[in-house]
Design a protein around this ligand. Structure first.
Ligand code: UD1
Length: 372
Protein backbone atom coordinates (compact mmCIF):
# COMPACT_ATOMS: atom_id res chain seq x y z
CA UNK A 1 0.00 0.00 0.00
CA UNK A 2 1.46 3.38 -0.96
CA UNK A 3 -1.11 5.79 0.47
CA UNK A 4 -1.13 6.45 4.23
CA UNK A 5 -3.25 4.03 6.23
CA UNK A 6 -6.49 5.90 6.87
CA UNK A 7 -7.51 5.45 10.48
CA UNK A 8 -10.84 6.56 11.85
CA UNK A 9 -10.66 6.77 15.65
CA UNK A 10 -13.87 6.84 17.68
CA UNK A 11 -14.34 8.41 21.11
CA UNK A 12 -17.63 9.08 22.82
CA UNK A 13 -17.58 9.07 26.59
CA UNK A 14 -15.21 10.18 29.33
CA UNK A 15 -13.32 6.86 29.72
CA UNK A 16 -12.57 6.87 25.97
CA UNK A 17 -10.65 10.14 25.91
CA UNK A 18 -7.58 8.91 27.81
CA UNK A 19 -7.45 5.96 25.39
CA UNK A 20 -7.53 7.97 22.15
CA UNK A 21 -5.04 10.59 23.40
CA UNK A 22 -1.99 8.26 23.29
CA UNK A 23 -3.14 6.84 19.94
CA UNK A 24 -3.35 10.29 18.33
CA UNK A 25 0.12 11.12 19.69
CA UNK A 26 1.54 7.78 18.55
CA UNK A 27 0.32 8.48 15.00
CA UNK A 28 2.36 11.73 14.95
CA UNK A 29 5.40 9.94 16.35
CA UNK A 30 5.07 7.07 13.87
CA UNK A 31 4.72 9.45 10.92
CA UNK A 32 7.70 11.50 12.18
CA UNK A 33 10.07 8.55 12.23
CA UNK A 34 8.62 6.05 9.76
CA UNK A 35 11.13 4.33 7.53
CA UNK A 36 11.02 5.05 3.82
CA UNK A 37 8.61 2.65 2.17
CA UNK A 38 6.21 2.70 5.11
CA UNK A 39 3.02 4.54 4.16
CA UNK A 40 2.40 6.05 7.61
CA UNK A 41 -1.02 6.90 9.02
CA UNK A 42 -3.68 9.49 8.35
CA UNK A 43 -5.91 9.76 11.43
CA UNK A 44 -9.40 11.22 11.78
CA UNK A 45 -11.03 11.62 15.18
CA UNK A 46 -14.79 11.18 15.52
CA UNK A 47 -16.46 12.28 18.78
CA UNK A 48 -19.93 10.78 19.03
CA UNK A 49 -21.03 13.32 21.65
CA UNK A 50 -22.22 10.61 24.09
CA UNK A 51 -20.64 12.79 26.78
CA UNK A 52 -20.95 16.51 26.17
CA UNK A 53 -20.67 18.50 29.44
CA UNK A 54 -17.47 20.54 29.57
CA UNK A 55 -16.29 18.61 32.64
CA UNK A 56 -17.08 15.22 31.04
CA UNK A 57 -15.57 15.96 27.62
CA UNK A 58 -13.80 19.23 26.68
CA UNK A 59 -11.83 19.30 29.96
CA UNK A 60 -10.24 15.98 28.95
CA UNK A 61 -9.38 17.19 25.46
CA UNK A 62 -7.61 20.17 27.03
CA UNK A 63 -5.83 18.22 29.79
CA UNK A 64 -4.70 15.42 27.47
CA UNK A 65 -3.84 17.65 24.50
CA UNK A 66 -6.24 15.82 22.15
CA UNK A 67 -6.80 17.71 18.90
CA UNK A 68 -10.31 18.97 18.12
CA UNK A 69 -12.37 16.10 16.67
CA UNK A 70 -12.67 16.12 12.87
CA UNK A 71 -16.33 15.18 13.26
CA UNK A 72 -18.72 15.55 16.21
CA UNK A 73 -21.93 13.51 15.95
CA UNK A 74 -23.54 15.42 18.86
CA UNK A 75 -25.77 12.51 19.87
CA UNK A 76 -26.21 13.41 23.55
CA UNK A 77 -27.99 11.28 26.15
CA UNK A 78 -30.92 8.89 25.79
CA UNK A 79 -32.02 5.35 26.50
CA UNK A 80 -29.59 2.67 25.35
CA UNK A 81 -31.57 1.99 22.17
CA UNK A 82 -31.99 5.66 21.35
CA UNK A 83 -28.37 6.56 21.98
CA UNK A 84 -27.01 3.52 20.12
CA UNK A 85 -29.36 4.07 17.18
CA UNK A 86 -28.56 7.79 16.94
CA UNK A 87 -24.83 7.09 16.92
CA UNK A 88 -25.30 4.48 14.18
CA UNK A 89 -27.43 6.75 12.01
CA UNK A 90 -24.94 9.61 12.26
CA UNK A 91 -21.78 7.51 12.00
CA UNK A 92 -22.72 5.65 8.81
CA UNK A 93 -22.38 8.65 6.41
CA UNK A 94 -19.08 9.62 8.05
CA UNK A 95 -17.66 6.18 7.26
CA UNK A 96 -19.01 6.31 3.73
CA UNK A 97 -17.41 9.71 3.16
CA UNK A 98 -14.02 9.06 4.79
CA UNK A 99 -13.63 5.44 3.61
CA UNK A 100 -11.15 4.46 6.34
CA UNK A 101 -8.82 1.47 6.02
CA UNK A 102 -9.42 0.82 9.71
CA UNK A 103 -12.04 1.96 12.20
CA UNK A 104 -10.53 1.92 15.66
CA UNK A 105 -12.83 1.75 18.69
CA UNK A 106 -11.77 1.78 22.33
CA UNK A 107 -13.28 0.54 25.59
CA UNK A 108 -16.83 -0.66 26.15
CA UNK A 109 -19.27 2.25 26.01
CA UNK A 110 -22.34 2.53 23.78
CA UNK A 111 -20.33 4.52 21.21
CA UNK A 112 -17.86 1.62 20.94
CA UNK A 113 -20.53 -0.92 20.07
CA UNK A 114 -22.63 1.38 17.85
CA UNK A 115 -19.68 2.34 15.63
CA UNK A 116 -18.52 -1.27 15.48
CA UNK A 117 -21.91 -2.42 14.19
CA UNK A 118 -21.96 0.25 11.49
CA UNK A 119 -18.40 -0.48 10.37
CA UNK A 120 -18.97 -4.24 10.23
CA UNK A 121 -22.05 -3.81 8.03
CA UNK A 122 -20.10 -1.53 5.70
CA UNK A 123 -17.40 -4.20 5.44
CA UNK A 124 -14.77 -1.99 7.07
CA UNK A 125 -11.95 -3.36 9.15
CA UNK A 126 -12.32 -2.83 12.88
CA UNK A 127 -9.62 -2.72 15.55
CA UNK A 128 -10.75 -2.87 19.19
CA UNK A 129 -8.45 -1.46 21.84
CA UNK A 130 -9.08 -2.99 25.29
CA UNK A 131 -10.54 -6.15 23.77
CA UNK A 132 -11.27 -9.34 25.72
CA UNK A 133 -12.24 -7.93 29.11
CA UNK A 134 -15.18 -9.81 30.63
CA UNK A 135 -17.12 -9.39 33.87
CA UNK A 136 -19.32 -12.38 32.90
CA UNK A 137 -22.24 -10.25 34.08
CA UNK A 138 -24.69 -9.47 31.30
CA UNK A 139 -26.76 -7.19 33.51
CA UNK A 140 -23.95 -4.70 32.94
CA UNK A 141 -24.52 -2.71 29.73
CA UNK A 142 -20.78 -2.59 29.08
CA UNK A 143 -20.56 -6.40 29.01
CA UNK A 144 -23.04 -6.49 26.10
CA UNK A 145 -20.99 -3.81 24.35
CA UNK A 146 -17.78 -5.84 24.87
CA UNK A 147 -19.27 -9.09 23.56
CA UNK A 148 -20.71 -7.51 20.41
CA UNK A 149 -17.61 -5.44 19.67
CA UNK A 150 -15.20 -8.36 20.08
CA UNK A 151 -17.38 -10.71 18.01
CA UNK A 152 -17.19 -8.28 15.07
CA UNK A 153 -13.66 -6.85 15.35
CA UNK A 154 -10.89 -7.93 12.95
CA UNK A 155 -8.03 -7.03 15.27
CA UNK A 156 -8.39 -7.52 19.02
CA UNK A 157 -5.85 -5.55 21.01
CA UNK A 158 -5.76 -6.75 24.60
CA UNK A 159 -4.40 -5.19 27.82
CA UNK A 160 -3.56 -8.41 29.68
CA UNK A 161 -3.22 -12.16 29.19
CA UNK A 162 -6.58 -12.96 30.85
CA UNK A 163 -8.26 -11.04 28.01
CA UNK A 164 -6.53 -13.26 25.42
CA UNK A 165 -7.82 -16.33 27.25
CA UNK A 166 -11.39 -14.98 27.28
CA UNK A 167 -11.31 -14.37 23.53
CA UNK A 168 -9.83 -17.76 22.71
CA UNK A 169 -12.51 -19.40 24.88
CA UNK A 170 -15.17 -17.61 22.82
CA UNK A 171 -13.74 -19.11 19.65
CA UNK A 172 -12.00 -16.02 18.31
CA UNK A 173 -9.00 -16.96 16.19
CA UNK A 174 -5.58 -16.44 17.78
CA UNK A 175 -4.39 -14.76 14.56
CA UNK A 176 -6.70 -11.79 15.29
CA UNK A 177 -5.54 -11.27 18.89
CA UNK A 178 -2.54 -9.17 19.98
CA UNK A 179 -1.49 -8.54 23.57
CA UNK A 180 -0.40 -4.89 23.55
CA UNK A 181 -0.68 -3.79 27.20
CA UNK A 182 -2.79 -1.14 28.83
CA UNK A 183 -3.39 2.04 26.83
CA UNK A 184 -4.69 3.84 29.98
CA UNK A 185 -1.20 3.62 31.41
CA UNK A 186 0.21 5.29 28.28
CA UNK A 187 -1.93 8.34 29.05
CA UNK A 188 -1.09 8.20 32.73
CA UNK A 189 2.68 8.03 32.22
CA UNK A 190 2.65 10.75 29.56
CA UNK A 191 0.78 13.12 31.88
CA UNK A 192 2.29 12.15 35.23
CA UNK A 193 4.55 15.19 35.60
CA UNK A 194 1.70 17.54 34.76
CA UNK A 195 -0.63 15.69 37.13
CA UNK A 196 1.90 15.82 39.96
CA UNK A 197 2.02 19.61 39.54
CA UNK A 198 -1.78 19.87 40.00
CA UNK A 199 -2.99 22.10 42.86
CA UNK A 200 -5.97 19.90 43.60
CA UNK A 201 -4.77 18.85 47.09
CA UNK A 202 -4.20 22.48 48.12
CA UNK A 203 -7.51 23.58 46.61
CA UNK A 204 -9.36 20.89 48.58
CA UNK A 205 -7.20 21.52 51.68
CA UNK A 206 -6.15 17.88 51.97
CA UNK A 207 -2.79 16.22 52.59
CA UNK A 208 -1.14 13.33 50.71
CA UNK A 209 -1.90 9.94 52.27
CA UNK A 210 -4.61 11.40 54.51
CA UNK A 211 -7.83 11.32 52.51
CA UNK A 212 -10.13 8.92 50.65
CA UNK A 213 -10.94 9.45 46.97
CA UNK A 214 -14.38 8.17 45.95
CA UNK A 215 -16.22 7.83 42.62
CA UNK A 216 -19.51 6.04 41.93
CA UNK A 217 -21.63 6.13 38.80
CA UNK A 218 -22.69 2.61 37.70
CA UNK A 219 -26.46 2.20 37.29
CA UNK A 220 -26.30 -0.93 39.51
CA UNK A 221 -25.05 1.25 42.39
CA UNK A 222 -26.61 4.65 41.90
CA UNK A 223 -30.01 3.98 40.30
CA UNK A 224 -31.34 2.36 43.48
CA UNK A 225 -32.41 4.69 46.34
CA UNK A 226 -31.64 2.24 49.19
CA UNK A 227 -28.18 1.40 47.86
CA UNK A 228 -27.23 4.99 47.14
CA UNK A 229 -28.61 6.17 50.50
CA UNK A 230 -26.65 3.49 52.39
CA UNK A 231 -23.49 4.36 50.46
CA UNK A 232 -23.80 8.04 51.37
CA UNK A 233 -24.25 7.09 55.06
CA UNK A 234 -21.09 4.96 54.86
CA UNK A 235 -19.19 7.92 53.41
CA UNK A 236 -20.46 10.23 56.16
CA UNK A 237 -19.19 7.71 58.69
CA UNK A 238 -15.79 7.52 56.97
CA UNK A 239 -15.73 11.33 56.88
CA UNK A 240 -15.51 11.36 60.68
CA UNK A 241 -12.03 9.83 60.43
CA UNK A 242 -10.53 11.42 57.33
CA UNK A 243 -11.48 13.80 54.50
CA UNK A 244 -13.48 12.08 51.75
CA UNK A 245 -13.38 13.64 48.26
CA UNK A 246 -16.30 12.55 46.09
CA UNK A 247 -16.61 14.12 42.62
CA UNK A 248 -20.18 13.55 41.52
CA UNK A 249 -20.87 12.06 38.07
CA UNK A 250 -23.92 13.61 36.33
CA UNK A 251 -25.88 10.34 36.60
CA UNK A 252 -25.18 10.17 40.36
CA UNK A 253 -26.10 13.84 40.83
CA UNK A 254 -29.39 13.25 39.04
CA UNK A 255 -30.13 10.22 41.24
CA UNK A 256 -29.21 11.96 44.52
CA UNK A 257 -31.57 14.79 43.59
CA UNK A 258 -34.43 12.58 42.43
CA UNK A 259 -34.22 10.33 45.54
CA UNK A 260 -33.99 13.42 47.79
CA UNK A 261 -30.75 12.14 49.38
CA UNK A 262 -28.90 14.90 51.22
CA UNK A 263 -25.68 14.66 53.21
CA UNK A 264 -25.11 16.30 56.54
CA UNK A 265 -22.33 18.82 55.96
CA UNK A 266 -20.94 18.39 59.47
CA UNK A 267 -18.15 15.93 58.63
CA UNK A 268 -15.30 15.92 56.14
CA UNK A 269 -17.27 14.61 53.15
CA UNK A 270 -16.61 16.88 50.15
CA UNK A 271 -18.99 16.50 47.23
CA UNK A 272 -17.39 18.25 44.24
CA UNK A 273 -17.97 18.60 40.50
CA UNK A 274 -16.43 15.94 38.16
CA UNK A 275 -12.66 16.46 38.03
CA UNK A 276 -10.31 16.84 35.09
CA UNK A 277 -7.87 14.08 34.15
CA UNK A 278 -4.74 15.43 35.85
CA UNK A 279 -6.53 16.29 39.09
CA UNK A 280 -8.00 12.79 39.21
CA UNK A 281 -4.59 11.21 38.65
CA UNK A 282 -3.06 13.36 41.40
CA UNK A 283 -5.80 12.29 43.83
CA UNK A 284 -5.39 8.63 42.87
CA UNK A 285 -1.65 8.73 43.47
CA UNK A 286 -1.95 10.60 46.78
CA UNK A 287 -5.03 9.02 48.38
CA UNK A 288 -4.79 6.72 51.40
CA UNK A 289 -7.49 4.67 49.69
CA UNK A 290 -9.87 4.80 46.74
CA UNK A 291 -13.48 3.59 46.75
CA UNK A 292 -14.94 3.28 43.26
CA UNK A 293 -16.97 1.39 40.69
CA UNK A 294 -14.96 2.73 37.73
CA UNK A 295 -12.93 0.44 35.51
CA UNK A 296 -10.28 3.08 34.86
CA UNK A 297 -9.68 3.80 38.54
CA UNK A 298 -9.13 0.10 39.26
CA UNK A 299 -6.26 0.27 36.77
CA UNK A 300 -4.85 3.63 37.83
CA UNK A 301 -4.79 2.63 41.52
CA UNK A 302 -2.99 -0.57 40.52
CA UNK A 303 -0.35 1.49 38.71
CA UNK A 304 0.26 3.59 41.84
CA UNK A 305 -0.22 0.75 44.36
CA UNK A 306 -2.94 2.80 46.05
CA UNK A 307 -5.34 0.51 47.97
CA UNK A 308 -8.64 0.35 46.08
CA UNK A 309 -12.06 -1.01 47.07
CA UNK A 310 -14.33 -1.66 44.10
CA UNK A 311 -18.01 -1.65 45.00
CA UNK A 312 -19.09 -4.35 42.57
CA UNK A 313 -19.75 -8.11 42.70
CA UNK A 314 -17.29 -8.68 39.82
CA UNK A 315 -14.66 -7.00 37.70
CA UNK A 316 -13.67 -7.36 34.05
CA UNK A 317 -10.17 -6.40 35.20
CA UNK A 318 -9.22 -9.35 37.48
CA UNK A 319 -5.52 -8.61 37.08
CA UNK A 320 -5.98 -5.53 39.27
CA UNK A 321 -6.89 -7.94 42.08
CA UNK A 322 -4.41 -10.71 41.26
CA UNK A 323 -1.39 -8.43 40.83
CA UNK A 324 -2.58 -4.95 41.73
CA UNK A 325 -4.00 -3.13 44.74
CA UNK A 326 -7.70 -3.70 44.06
CA UNK A 327 -10.28 -5.69 46.00
CA UNK A 328 -14.02 -6.16 45.49
CA UNK A 329 -16.37 -5.09 48.25
CA UNK A 330 -20.06 -4.82 49.10
CA UNK A 331 -22.08 -2.20 50.98
CA UNK A 332 -22.16 -4.59 53.98
CA UNK A 333 -18.40 -5.15 53.91
CA UNK A 334 -17.31 -1.61 53.09
CA UNK A 335 -16.76 -0.35 56.65
CA UNK A 336 -14.70 -3.41 57.65
CA UNK A 337 -12.66 -3.31 54.44
CA UNK A 338 -11.88 0.38 54.90
CA UNK A 339 -10.68 -0.27 58.46
CA UNK A 340 -8.48 -3.11 57.27
CA UNK A 341 -6.87 -0.85 54.67
CA UNK A 342 -6.30 1.97 57.16
CA UNK A 343 -4.46 -0.47 59.43
CA UNK A 344 -2.40 -1.96 56.59
CA UNK A 345 0.43 -0.81 54.31
CA UNK A 346 0.07 2.43 52.37
CA UNK A 347 0.96 0.84 49.02
CA UNK A 348 0.05 -2.62 47.69
CA UNK A 349 0.67 -4.97 44.76
CA UNK A 350 2.71 -4.72 41.58
CA UNK A 351 2.21 -3.27 38.10
CA UNK A 352 1.08 -5.90 35.53
CA UNK A 353 3.31 -6.74 32.55
CA UNK A 354 3.13 -4.37 29.56
CA UNK A 355 1.47 -1.59 31.55
CA UNK A 356 4.51 0.41 30.52
CA UNK A 357 3.43 3.42 28.44
CA UNK A 358 4.12 1.79 25.05
CA UNK A 359 0.76 0.18 24.22
CA UNK A 360 -0.13 2.77 21.54
CA UNK A 361 3.17 2.25 19.70
CA UNK A 362 2.60 -1.52 19.72
CA UNK A 363 -0.94 -1.01 18.42
CA UNK A 364 0.22 1.04 15.43
CA UNK A 365 2.93 -1.49 14.70
CA UNK A 366 0.31 -4.27 14.53
CA UNK A 367 -2.01 -2.13 12.38
CA UNK A 368 0.76 -1.33 9.93
CA UNK A 369 1.68 -5.01 9.83
CA UNK A 370 -1.92 -6.19 9.53
CA UNK A 371 -2.63 -4.23 6.41
CA UNK A 372 0.48 -5.00 4.40
C1 UD1 B 1 -21.20 5.88 30.37
C2 UD1 B 1 -20.80 4.46 29.97
C3 UD1 B 1 -20.04 3.79 31.12
C4 UD1 B 1 -18.90 4.65 31.59
C5 UD1 B 1 -19.42 6.04 31.93
C6 UD1 B 1 -18.30 6.95 32.38
C7 UD1 B 1 -22.32 3.22 28.49
C8 UD1 B 1 -23.34 2.15 28.45
N1 UD1 B 1 -21.97 3.64 29.72
O1 UD1 B 1 -22.12 5.78 31.44
O2 UD1 B 1 -19.52 2.57 30.66
O3 UD1 B 1 -18.30 4.05 32.71
O4 UD1 B 1 -20.04 6.58 30.78
O5 UD1 B 1 -18.75 8.21 32.67
O6 UD1 B 1 -21.85 3.65 27.47
N2 UD1 B 1 -24.93 13.16 31.42
C9 UD1 B 1 -24.68 14.50 31.56
N3 UD1 B 1 -23.62 15.04 30.88
C10 UD1 B 1 -22.83 14.31 30.07
C11 UD1 B 1 -23.10 12.95 29.92
C12 UD1 B 1 -24.15 12.39 30.61
O7 UD1 B 1 -25.36 15.19 32.30
O8 UD1 B 1 -21.89 14.88 29.49
C13 UD1 B 1 -26.03 12.56 32.19
C14 UD1 B 1 -27.29 12.39 31.40
O9 UD1 B 1 -28.33 12.71 32.23
C15 UD1 B 1 -27.33 10.90 31.07
C16 UD1 B 1 -26.58 10.30 32.25
O10 UD1 B 1 -25.62 11.28 32.65
O11 UD1 B 1 -28.62 10.45 30.97
C17 UD1 B 1 -25.85 9.03 31.88
O12 UD1 B 1 -25.00 9.21 30.74
P1 UD1 B 1 -24.69 7.99 29.73
O13 UD1 B 1 -23.67 8.39 28.73
O14 UD1 B 1 -25.98 7.45 29.22
O15 UD1 B 1 -24.12 6.88 30.65
P2 UD1 B 1 -23.07 6.98 31.82
O16 UD1 B 1 -23.76 6.60 33.07
O17 UD1 B 1 -22.33 8.27 31.78
Amino acid sequence: MSHPIRLLLVAGARPNFMKVAPLMKAVDTYNGCKTSGSPGFEAFLVHTGQHYDTQMSQAFFTDLGIPEPDVNLDVGSGTHALQTANIMIRFEPVCEKLKPDWVMVVGDVNSTMACTLVSAKLGMKIAHVEAGLRSFDRSMPEEINRLVTDALADLLLTPSEDANQNLLREGIGASKIRLVGNIMIDALMANLEKAEASNVLGNLKIEPGRFAYVTLHRPSNVDNPEKLGTFMLELERLGKFLPVVFPIHPRTRRMLASFGIRTNGANQLRLVEPLGYCDSIKLTESARLVITDSGGLQEETTFFGTPCLTLRPNTERPITIQLGSNRLTTLDQLGTDVERILQGPEKLGTVPPLWDGHAAARILHHLAEGIE
